[in-house]
Design a protein. Structure first.
Ligand SMILES: NC(=O)c1ccc[n+]([C@@H]2O[C@H](COP(=O)([O-])OP(=O)(O)OC[C@H]3O[C@@H](n4cnc5c(N)ncnc54)[C@H](OP(=O)(O)O)[C@@H]3O)[C@@H](O)[C@H]2O)c1
Length: 340
């Protein structure tokens, strides 16, 4: 008989990593269009940190538990789901609730594991690749031959975005990072130029582009960066905002936008409906999964922790020490395996 309860990691109150606690709670059931996944590994993302701090409440109807990335085995299939069966190995973009032994997720948001990857590696993929695809390919409308500036090149989203841009669009990528070692990682992942953002990064972007600027900027900082980015854009350029860590408000020149036909846009992925996320999943499986399978795109796991050590995992992100992804191992032995 299916267990009625499960262990999960809950957020007791807004605060530091110490507010994360193992709790016992009812196991979720698969609703219409959903599957329940037995979670073997879960990714840790910046939105989890912001949720823990009380700055990113789950959207209505989503699990109150943190956790957007999961990899595991389908345990239960809800009504109206085609193409998935109990026992299937999947990774998925959850709407929350990934830090748990079981997670209910819309079937459209599930993907097969790329062949040859372990469950732990697969758990590092969904959130950052969905985000990079949504913002660079769909909103940024990146086109072959263009130049892309990625602020925060060694973030999970930055590394995914750099590889998508280089391997699928053959564009010039300029990435920024806050340390020389991190700049080197940007270059290792395919960026042609890496700039330390602690210096005069605007001047450096102008210099490496011969004064021409860039076509697309991927930015989670906002605030005072926004006008600087608009100033760096070529005609018809696009700035895509993923976050607003510097400030949520700023003043920009609307004249520059009109004169050079610029686009200032942005998005948050979490509240989008399953059909939208499912459409991204389908494009990732078609275009990115084959490259993950032959090694032309790779995932970089900075650290993997047994999930009982979730506070240490969050501490790494709090201190911004990670380069790439941090993963929680819910069932460590199975998480290290590659499904048959
Ligand atoms: N809108 C959405 O749907 C969505 C979804 C997921 C994530 N996000 C956002 O996307 C971003 C990346 O997320 P993540 O989880 O992959 O990585 P992350 O761990 O949040 O990485 C933060 C990045 O910001 C960089 N950074 C910090 N200060 C900076 C500055 N002054 N100038 C330029 N870059 C700076 C850091 O660079 P260093 O490490 O080199 O200091 C690091 O690469 C986050 O801001 C997250 O909130 C948005």
């Amino acid at each position: 008989m299916t267990a009625r309860t499960m262990r999960a990691i809950g957020i007791e109150r807004p605060g530091g990593p110490e507010v994360l606690h193992m709790v016992e709670m009812p196991r979720p059931r698969a609703g219409a269009g959903e599957v329940v996944v037995r979670v073997l590994a879960a990714g840790v993302n910046r939105p989890d940190i912001r949720q823990r701090l009380g700055l990113y409440p789950p959207p209505p109807g989503a699990s109150p538990l943190p956790g957007l990335d999961i990899a595991g085995i389908v345990d239960e299939v809800g009504p109206g789901v085609d193409g998935l069966r109990p026992g299937d190995a999947v990774c998925a973009l959850a709407n929350g609730g990934g830090y748990a032994q079981f997670c209910a997720v819309p079937a459209l948001q599930c993907m097969p594991l790329p062949r040859g990857l372990t469950f732990a590696q697969a758990a590092s993929l969904p959130e950052v690749f969905f985000t990079a695809w949504n913002n660079i390919v769909w909103l940024g409308r990146l086109a072959r031959g263009e130049t892309l500036l990625i602020q925060g090149g060694t973030s999970g989203v930055g590394l995914a975005g750099t590889q998508i841009a280089r391997r699928l669009f053959d564009v010039t990528v300029i990435a920024t990072a806050g340390a020389q070692e991190k700049c080197q990682v940007c270059l290792d992942f395919g960026a042609q130029h890496a700039i330390d953002y602690r210096g005069d990064w605007e001047a450096e972007v102008r210099r490496v582009t011969g004064g021409e600027g860039v076509d697309v900027v991927l930015d989670a900082q906002g605030g005072d960066y926004t006008q600087k980015h608009l100033d760096l854009l070529r005609f018809d350029g696009r700035v895509v905002l993923l976050g607003s860590h510097r400030s949520a408000t700023t003043e920009v020149s609307t004249r520059a936008i009109a004169h050079r036909r610029l686009t200032l846009t942005g998005s948050t992925l979490r509240p989008r409906p399953p059909a939208y996320k499912g459409a991204i999943a389908a494009e990732l499986v078609k275009h990115v999964w084959p490259l993950l399978e032959d090694g032309r795109i790779v995932t970089r796991i900075h650290a993997a922790f047994p999930w009982e050590e979730v506070r240490a995992a969050h501490g790494l992100l709090d201190r911004n020490e990670q380069v790439g992804k941090v993963v929680l191992l819910v069932e460590p032995a199975l998480a290290a395996t590659v499904p048959a």
